[in-house]
Design a protein around this ligand. Sequence first.
Ligand code: ADP
Ligand code: MG
Length: 698
Amino acid sequence: MKSVPEYFGCMVFNEACMKARLPKDTYKAMKKTIRDGKSLDLGVANVVANAMKDWAVEHGATHYTHWFQPMTGITAEKHDSFISPYGDNGVIMEFSGKELVKGEPDASSFPNGGIRATFEARGYTAWDPTSYAFIKDGTLCIPTAFCSYGGEALDKKTPLLRSMEAINKQAMRVLKLFGNEDVTSVKTTVGAEQEYFLIDKDVYKKRKDLIYTGRTLFGAKPPKGQELDDHYFGTIKPRVAAFMKELDEELWKLGVLSKTEHNEAAPAQHELAPIFTTTNIASDHNQLIMEVMKKVAAKYNMVCLLHEKPFAGVNGSGKHNNWSISTNTGVNLLEPGETPFENAQFLLMLCAVIKAVDEYQDLLRISVASAGNDHRLGAAEAPPAVVSMFLGDELSEILDAIEAGTAYDAKEKSLMRIGVHVLPKFPKDTTDRNRTSPFAFTGNKFEFRMLGSADTIACANVMINSAVAESLCQFADALENAEDFHTALNELIRQTIRKHKRIIFNGNGYDDAWLKEATEQRGLLNLRTTPEALMHYTDEKNLALFTKHKIYSELEVRSRAEILLENYCKVLNIEALTMLDMAQKDLLPAISKYSRFLCETIAAKKTTLPHLPCPYEEDTASRLCTLINTAFLQPTMLEAVLAEENQISDSAEAALFYKDSVLPCMAQLRSAIDEAETITAKEYWPYPSYGDMLFSIT
Ligand code: ADP
Ligand code: MG
């Protein structure tokens, strides 16, 4: 058995692998390509492809694929084998530079939001040499970007790389002003904590709703949920522990820095946190984590549920996007410094984020908008739909003092005048945590907590990077032309705090009073649902941001908004149809059958034991009959509503219709049926109960 350091990354064609297997000048050319982000010369690509293929074949691979992240939110791959005819009856294993660098998947079936006309259905994938190739299930996977033939991005990766470039460019301008001569590039870093549920596969297979939609559409609350708080960080059950062990091993082989595994708040809920890394790699890795989780769970006869809200009334699953920005010299720019100079730079970075979050609240909300996540945000288990920032009392007081130009009373009670150059040391107390804040400063990074568990982290980071790049751009514009740098810097920081402090909120985000204050006094946005949020995607200011920093063209933004709206409608349509199917084929017949049993029992009792009343049977039968009469009407209503929706061609209008008309109908159907479940004999109920599912792993 190999030790972890020995097998870590063994399935990745990484730096060490390249160095060992490539001729020296090829390796150098390759490094230069990675560093400068230039495209690869075909001669070099041929040598790299051949070395990659030899390495992959030695590790048991027979196929290769361009691995990309289309707008479906998951990854896509099309496998080609390495075989090539040789001699009369033989084959050899071949892989060319051309095949490595560019692929042409038939792209017509991927969401494109109207970008690609049908006559130009092709798209192409292009290798992103900044992410390493790896082997998964006997296939060499080459991380690629996915574009239309016109060059428009059709994936989640291309804009992410563009946004990293934008923030690099603007941050470098600012860092130059502070005299950081040795810094040549800046990268954003991300650690994405992933929540998930595990349930037994046999139970899962009996639930059509889980199979078709990933969440339960019916189900009465179990007698025990998460009330006792006995699951969080609780002892891990042996079957789950075995799963986690294998999950870690598989991820380590793929070079994923899986670090922490623990139980979460709800029964059957767990979390995995990796160590942070460069954003585009973190994004690839998060996709791999989700994929490997599903695969490994299956080996233990379990199913990993990544839906944001698999069970009503029980905490849903999210994803925490820990974000920071650091230099190639290893300095975390969100780390409060030791010297006045570092502090001024830290404060300016902090202000850049504050300004970005305030000005682009809508984009942050949009980046986590989905039908699934709408069940979480604002449900007193996840941050509210209102975006605000938590800085902690100490840092907030410092900002207040800077804004007012007054003295700051530091912990030691010594009064000192503070400007941006004299930032008092403040304790980076990690216990000073606020779990209800959507965007929390946690000592040397920000934790964006609104993401749903199934989301890719790419979108959120595109928004954060772009918005912060814009702040930094404006700061650089102001400071580069300043007569006196220090005066201008002081003034800029003070003005930014004054203008954007409304976004800072250190209190309880679940409080109703906060929502009122946020919207009525502070004028913050409360975009409660996906359709409401998506309306703002193409707002003038957002289009300006994306086009200015070359993240998206206007066409790309419009197509993305369209894809997200369509997706919202499709998800709700599938859910509504699944509910109809379950209600009409299984649930209503089951309730009817049980009522009949009760009625027959009543009749039999009346004949044999005429002197005894039968209150249980009579009362239950009458309640069930009332419920079934209500429930029976709902599918008809739902069908009528769906037919009405069919008439709407505009996707924004359709999305609003789903939210306002279809969802309430679904809720009514569910409520009648869930109530019937509580009084129907178990043997008559066609589906496993919430209790069966949540406590299915023993
Ligand atoms: P929590 O208390 O929120 O559960 P932890 O402190 O255990 O979180 O970890 C939070 C995550 O933040 C980890 O994935 C960690 O690697 C990541 N992280 C730490 N420093 C940085 C950084 N500079 N940039 C991005 N992510 C970071
Ligand atoms: Mg966290």
